[in-house]
Design a protein around this ligand. Structure first.
Ligand code: SF4
Length: 415
């Protein structure tokens, strides 16, 4: 009896449901699918299958996601990817977008006509019209050097230098921090003090700016404003620069210049062993180096050299020692001999150490004033290193007349 009653109840419920559904079919179209394939039943009970959600990227007229709400802890390329999938666009839209930036050099989102209008608008609302987030404020050129002062979104400014050589090679010197807190006595940037670290996007946008303007990116050196290893975003920037689908730069085309931050050196050895490393040495004597570069009190020269030895042993790559020639300060024969001894004491791998002698560029921004070593002093210094069979070069300086030389960057419109 109970069994019969249950069956009757079941038949009643099913019949009621069918009637209700058939009633709905005859009135409004019924949407059965919501994602990639959308299926509808029209008033004549015909099934219509469309790729509507794939091409419109929306449900109804509303975006599924507000891209500007995606946290900017990700790089902007990652945010673009999430934005596209969040709007239900297929993955190939991201590939198209990246090609339009890196193969076709299209500088603004609204001109990316291959993309659906709704996606272009959402990208422009999220990132601004321009693909590059930096605003060029001034542009100064002198011979083979161009210097661009960029304003960041919060109003801070940084400088980037483009060096172009006669054979067509283009090299870029990028900044990693707004100002710098390490206070090296000869450096204009150090006189500003530390304002903040640049994000990975801001760092790489310095290159993107030139790239979108049609420049070829042959090499990138982190020798602009700031100490790269003091900014943890550096490593995200390296990932973006070396990502084959983005900038696609070989690690060997990139150089990091450091004042000797040992944790950063170790991480570079581990994560980017093919990236070139340059160490700003400037004096072979601990006491004098501490006076010129206060970082030496935290990471003394002998400990930095140990970290460099480990890097060289691990990578078997040439290591660059940068040495600014300060007249009457660090350019004596005694300094040259001490430097030679420091390098030769590295042992079997000492041949991988290379010294770049850099004539000092005058700046009026530092409290203590320096002068450049004269030509004879630089030559004597070089000869002493040479006679000890140490690889050495005297570096030509470009752009010192526009404040674009080593140690001159100050991010001021008037310079
Ligand atoms: S030399 Fe480098 S680390 Fe030293 S103050 Fe200048 S920017 Fe900072």
């Amino acid at each position: 009896m109970i069994k019969r009653m249950m069956m009757a109840l079941c038949i009643f419920v099913c019949t009621f449901t069918l009637v209700a559904c058939s009633g709905q079919q005859t009135n409004e179209p019924l949407t059965l699918g919501v994602n990639a394939i959308k299926t509808e039943i029209d008033k004549e009970n015909k099934i219509i299958t469309t790729k509507d959600s794939e091409e419109k990227g929306v449900l109804g007229n509303d975006c599924l996601i507000d891209c500007s709400k995606i946290p900017m802890i990700y790089s902007k390329y990652e945010v673009m990817k999430r934005c596209i999938s969040g709007m239900n666009f297929p993955d190939y839209r991201y590939e198209q977008l990246i090609k339009m930036i890196f193969a076709q050099h299209i500088p603004d989102f609204h001109s990316m006509y291959m993309l659906p209008e709704r996606l272009r608008s959402n990208l422009a609302e999220t990132f601004g019209t321009s693909v590059c987030g930096l605003v060029p404020v001034t542009h100064r050129a002198s011979g083979q050097a161009d210097k661009v002062l960029f304003q960041l979104k919060d109003g801070n400014c940084v400088e980037t230098v483009n060096l172009h050589y006669k054979k067509g090679w283009e090299s870029f010197c990028v900044s990693s921090q707004c100002g710098c807190g390490f206070g090296c006595k000869f450096c204009a940037t150090g006189a500003i003090g530390h304002k903040r670290n640049m994000t990975a996007d801001e760092i790489t946008d310095q290159i993107l700016y030139f790239y979108l303007a049609g420049h070829q990116i042959n090499s990138v050196s982190f020798m602009g404003m700031g100490e790269p290893f003091a900014n943890p975003n550096l490593f995200d920037a390296l990932k973006i620069l070396t990502n084959p689908s983005l900038f696609g730069l070989s690690q060997r085309r990139i150089t990091i210049s450091t004042i000797g931050m040992i944790p950063g050196i170790k991480r570079l050895t581990r994560d980017f062993p093919q990236v070139n490393l340059a160490f700003s040495l400037h004096s072979p004597f601990e006491k004098q180096r501490s006076e010129l570069m206060p970082i030496n009190q935290t990471y003394p020269l002998h400990k930095v050299m140990d970290a460099l030895d480990a890097h060289v042993a691990n990578t078997k790559r040439r290591l660059f020692l940068a040495y600014i020639m300060l007249g009457g300060i660090n350019d004596s024969a005694e300094h040259a001999k001490a430097l030679a001894h420091l390098i030769l004491s590295r042992g079997a791998l000492s041949y991988l150490y290379h010294v770049d002698l850099i004539p000092y560029n005058a700046t009026d921004k530092t409290a203590r004033k320096f002068t450049a070593s004269n030509h004879e002093a630089i030559k004597n210094f070089s000869d002493i290193l040479h006679s000890n069979r140490i690889s050495v070069a005297i570096r030509m300086q470009f752009g010192s007349d526009i404040g674009a030389g080593c140690g001159q960057l100050y991010a001021d419109e008037r310079d």
